[in-house]
Structures are given as C-alpha cells and as structure tokens.
Design a binder for this molecule. Structure first.
Ligand code: HEM
Length: 621
C-alpha cells in the first residue's frame, strides 16, 4: 500500500507516517491506499475513484468551496459592513422563522427521510458528538477558556426562554484539518469529515473496507449479515451495552445496529431508510443468486451493492429531486437526463469532492421536518404519535410494540412540514432531545453558516444568477416584501444578510418548491457528483457497467416499489410516495407498482448448452 497525506493528496514518506503515528493523527491525516486497478468495483473507502488522484473521493479528504471564505480576524465570524457584530444567531432565527406545525399537502415524510439519508452519506457526526459528548461544558465557565467552544447566546427577550433560565445553547466549531492536527493552525479552517464525498450508500456499506468485512458481509450468497426479531429483518446488532443507542429505554429496548458505520443509529429518518436499504441489498442478492446460480459470493455481493447504490441514486435524482426542484429545471441544468439511455459524462479532471455549501444548504430541510411522527396501521388508521427528537440514537424503539411497522406506514401517509416560514417547535427548541438541555437546530444553522465562513447572501445571488443586490429594494421579487422588512430590521445592510437567513425567506423557484439559491448550490453539487464519479451508475464506460437492458430496469426503481419489496406491512401505497396520496396518486396494491426484472442480469455462462431452450420458464420474473 501507499501512504498519502489526506489533505494534499500526495504520497508521504515512512518518516512522515511515523510522525503521524506518534502524534496519533494517522487515522485522520493519512490515507493508506492499495494500488488502483482500473477495472475493480467501486471501493468502499472511495479511493481510486479518480485514477490520476487516488485519494480524491476517499475519506478524510477536503471539501471545496463554491465561493472563497470570508472571516474576521483569527477566523472568527465575519462582521457586518459597518464593523459591528452580525445579529445574534438565535435572535435572527426567532425573528425570521416562527414556531408551529403546518402539514404539507404535497410532500410526505418519506421525502424528508430520503433527503436526510442521502445527506448522511457524505457528512459525519463528529461535529455534533463533539459538543454533546466531548465538550458538553461550552455554556459553563470552563467553556469560556476553550477556543473550540462557540455556544449561542440567548437574548433576554427571547420569545421562549424569557420564561426560562436558559441563556446559552451548546455548540462547538466545526472540526478541521487544522483542529485535528493534519495541517498548520493559522490557515483558513478546512472542514474534515469521515465520510467519502461520493454518493455510495456509506450509511449501509461504511467508509472503510475493514468495517464492511467485519460488520457487514455474511460471506454467503452475496448477503449482508442480518437478524430476525419478531418476524422482522434487521441489520446485525451489538450484543454488549457499550454502544451508541444512548436513548434506548432499557430493559425493553435493546436493539442497536452493529453496521459498518454507526450513522444508521442516529436520526429516526436515517435509521428507517438504512434498515430498508440494508434489506434491499439482500433482496437484490437473492434475486441475482436465483438468476445466476453459478455466481460466487463476491460477485453476488458486489453486483448487489452496485445495484443498490444505483437504485438509491435513481430514486434521489429522478424521483425525489425532480418533484422538489422541478424536472425541467434539472434537465436544463444537466442534473438528469431527459432520456432513459446511458449518460457518459465522466470527466477525470473534475475531482470527486463535496462543496462545503452543499450539505450546509441542505440544512434548510430542517424547516420541513415534522416534530411529531404519526403512526398508522397498515390500513391507514391513525394510531398515535411520537416526537422524533426523542428517537435519535434509539434504535431499540423500532424493535418493540410493532413501532417499525407503524412508523413505516406513517412515512408515506403523513405530510412533511409545510415549506413556509415556520419551523417545528421540537426542532427549534429541543432538537437533540434528552441529549442536551435545550438545542435549536436552526440557530446552529445560522451559527455554522458563520463559522464555515460563507460569504454574504448577495455574493451567492451574484454567483448563481449574475445579478447584483446593492439595496433592499433589489430584493423585491426575490423575497416577499414583508420578509424584506424583517430582514431590514435585523441587519444593518443588505450586503450583511447571511446565506441561510435569505434561503429561509426566498420565494420558491419557478417550476419547483425550493428557494432558488438553495436550488443553485444543490444543483452545482448534483452535477459534480455525476461528472466526477468514475463509477456513476448511468455510465456505460465504467468498470462492470450495466448493459442497456439493466439500466432500463434500474430506471423503474421507485420509493414505492422499495417499500413494497422490503418495508414491513406495506401492501398498498401511492405510486408517487414522496407525494401525498390523492387524485392522480391514489393508493393502490403493490401488485400495480412496477418492479425491476432481475433477469436482465442473467449470465449465460451459468446456463451452458441450450438450457434456455429446454427450460423456457427460466425467463419468468
Ligand atoms: C429529527 C430531525 C433532525 C434532527 C434531530 C437533526 C439534527 C441535526 C443536528 C444536531 C445537526 C448538527 C447541528 C450543528 O451543526 O451543530 C444537523 C445538521 C444537518 N442536518 Fe439535521 N436533523 C434533523 C433532520 C434533518 C433533515 C430532515 C435533513 C434533510 C436534509 C437534515 C440535514 C442536515 C444536514 C445536511 C446537516 C449538516 C451536516 C453536516 O454538515 O455535518 N437534518 N442536524
């Protein structure tokens, strides 16, 4: 293997490696990479995706920025134009977003779940774990002397906390190559995460090969390990108590996934999606084994993984995002193809990387998250509800009282929160449930905006749409007038407005439902994903590429079919399950939802001689 510096992507010497070993920084700062084989499958750790730059696409590699950063002295948040501090994050949040519960009549919870699941693929948890577990004291006197602590002050006239004694919300700076010790302090903070920047179902397969081999693969029939509990299939679980499901209510709730990555145990939305995609892998592997009895475990495993990743991308790119961002918009901007055939757009000169802006603007979806998850039986009768903020790091809840079945039904029956200026009170005041005394996800979003050093909104507006905003009146048509007035009360100058603050109040894009600057920064990354990933599923030139018959089968994938195939008790569902059921999208039996025909993967070498003629039934689904 060769050793590379994770930030610069260059090989390092044995001496440098020893230095990292001694400083205990090898895990983060060094990528150990086996020589690349251009024909191998996609690697779990993302290495060798770009053959010219083997570490790019791997874990612990840098983000890029759409626009260069802007900070005050010592990389503190920028000041307003006048030199004054920007308005307090919490003050801004409580003035721009009110708290309440208004259900969407358009999107279901599934839409929000898929978005968070696809986000979890490329970020990691340590920035949150940092202030929950390692630095819980940022609001205490000790926090004042720790530079990592950057808690959010709560103003005295806060609409909620004027009635409480809480004056501070815990938070820490984002981890960076500098804070971890990979590069020198005193340079612009470069964010570091432990996921690969590629959309490769990291939540299922992990980011490190060792994890997949030890905790994922069964080494039989191409399957992932699994357990059956109360008739339901789950990923394997920890057998000891030393694990991350801190909120399991013992002794009844004991389950905690022991998967290659712990991400699946975190938010309820990610958890449920992860269970489905874990099962989907095995569903695919079994179908492939039926079609190709001569395939060995390895071939079944890697083909099933490849199909599983392709299905997740087909659903995200071609089903979910078009209804939110606008199908015609996405075709125009090259995110999706208007025709079902191959798309060969790989460009090795574009490095597989994530922009710092992409996961950041996705936080806007916090305002679409319902706080109360509704549970239904399989006939659609409402049973009860449960606060989602009390389900984080609590996988055990899913394995008692048929909760998983009822939550599953809720994902496609309950609306998401409406797209408006309203945030759910649990998201805005509780956020992390019992893990913190109080937390406001949307206040953190403003605050992180500043610690990431994003340029003001008007600069992104200029980048995205080429027009200059110099006065408040220049925002007319972009933002509702009464919201412009609120912004004007909050900020001294239009050029001070924070990116996320404006995204919260922008009028939706034509043809879609999302704020235009959100659209622009998401699309910028979506195109990069497809162009920079050598293993992108729509390409006919990648190693082990689908043939056209297979790609056309992948095109049939829908979230409704996925639920019909692997979710519990789903026998009927609306065909467009990211959208609420209603006229034109009526609930129907799963029998009527198109499914993938795995015979497209038949390998004739498994059928020597003229067995096809002797046994025509083999062609049946
Ligand atoms: C119960 C629901 C949710 C909870 C409790 C939750 C919690 C959190 C927390 C604690 C953070 C880190 C805050 C910080 O920077 O200090 C975060 C960040 C984030 N959340 Fe959520 N979230 C929820 C729902 C969602 C949804 C539905 C999405 C959909 C896209 C989402 C996307 C993100 C993204 C992209 C980040 C930034 C992650 C990063 O860059 O590391 N979240 N969320």
């Amino acid at each position: 293997a060769l050793y590379y510096d994770s930030y610069y992507g260059k090989t390092i010497t044995r001496e440098e490696l020893k230095r990292h070993d001694k400083a205990n920084t090898t895990f983060w700062c060094v990528n150990e990479i086996e020589p690349c084989d251009p024909n191998e499958w996609r690697r779990v750790d993302g290495s060798c995706n770009n053959l010219k730059n083997p570490t790019r696409g791997a874990t612990h590699t840098p983000f890029y920025r759409v626009l260069p950063p802007i900070y005050a002295k010592d990389f503190e948040p920028r000041k307003s134009k006048s030199g004054n501090d920007l308005p307090l994050a919490r003050h801004l949040r409580t003035h721009l977003l009110s708290e309440g519960r208004v259900p969407s009549q358009i999107f279901t919870q599934l839409a929000v779940n898929d978005l968070v699941f696809m986000s979890a693929d490329i970020v990691s948890l340590h920035d949150t774990v940092n202030y929950i577990v390692w630095k819980p004291y940022c609001c205490a006197p000790k926090g004042k002397t720790d530079r990592v602590c950057v808690p959010n002050k709560i103003p005295d006239d806060d609409p909620v906390h004027r009635f409480s004694d809480i004056r501070c919300l815990n938070m820490t700076r984002p981890e960076s190559f500098q804070s971890i010790g990979c590069i020198k302090n005193g340079t612009t903070p470069e964010r570091i995460v432990s996921s690969t920047p590629l959309l490769d179902l990291s939540v299922i397969y992990g980011n490190v090969l060792k994890g997949l081999l030890e905790r994922g693969r069964l080494f039989e029939g191409g399957l992932l390990k699994f357990e059956v509990s109360n008739g339901r299939i789950f990923p394997p679980s920890y057998k000891t108590q030393a694990h991350v499901c801190f909120l399991n209510e013992r002794p009844r709730e004991t389950r905690c996934h022991n998967m290659p990555e712990d991400g699946a145990n975190t938010l309820a939305g990610i958890n449920i999606m992860a269970i489905w995609f874990w099962r989907l892998h095995n569903f695919i592997a079994r179908q492939l084994a039926r079609v190709n009895p001569c395939w060995d475990d390895d071939r079944l495993f890697y083909t099933a993984r490849d199909i599983n990743i392709a299905i997740s991308l087909q659903i995200y790119y071609y089903e979910l995002l078009p209804i939110m961002l606008g199908r015609q918009n996405l075709i125009r901007d090259g995110v999706i193809s208007p025709s079902p055939g191959f798309r060969n757009i790989y460009n090795p000169d574009i490095i597989p990387q994530v922009s710092l802006e992409y996961p950041f603007v996705l936080r806007w979806v916090h305002t679409m998250q319902e706080g109360e998850l509704k549970m239904y039986d399989k006939h659609g009768y409402y049973l009860k509800k449960y606060p989602i903020v009390n389900l984080t790091l609590r996988t055990g809840f899913l394995d008692v009282d048929d909760n998983l079945d009822y939550l599953t039904q809720g994902t496609f029956r309950q609306g998401s929160a409406n797209i408006d200026y309203i945030v759910d009170p649990d998201i805005a005041e509780i956020g992390l449930g019992p893990h913190q005394r109080a937390s406001d996800l949307t206040t953190n979003d403003v605050s992180k905006n500043r610690y990431f050093g994003f340029q003001p909104y008007v600069k992104y507006r200029q980048f995205c749409f080429g027009h200059t905003v110099k006065t408040w009146d220049d925002l007319i048509g972009i933002i509702d007038r009464e919201r412009i007035e609120v912004l004007r009360d909050l900020y001294e100058n239009v050029e001070d407005v924070d990116l996320i603050a404006a995204i919260w109040v922008e009028k939706p894009i034509k043809g879609g439902f999302v704020p235009p600057t959100f659209y622009c920064l998401v699309v910028e990354q979506l195109v990069r994903n497809a162009v920079s990933d050598r293993h992108w599923y729509e390409s006919s030139e990648r190693p082990n590429a689908f043939n056209i018959e297979q790609l056309l089968e992948i095109r049939k994938a829908t979230i409704a079919r996925l639920l019909c195939d692997v979710a519990d008790t789903v026998t009927e569902i609306q065909p467009h399950a990211f959208l609420k059921a209603g006229p034109g999208n009526e609930m129907c039996s799963c029998k009527h939802i198109p499914s993938i025909n795995f015979w497209a993967w038949r390998d004739n070498s498994c059928y020597p001689g003229d067995v096809w003629k002797q046994n025509p039934n083999l062609r049946e689904h």
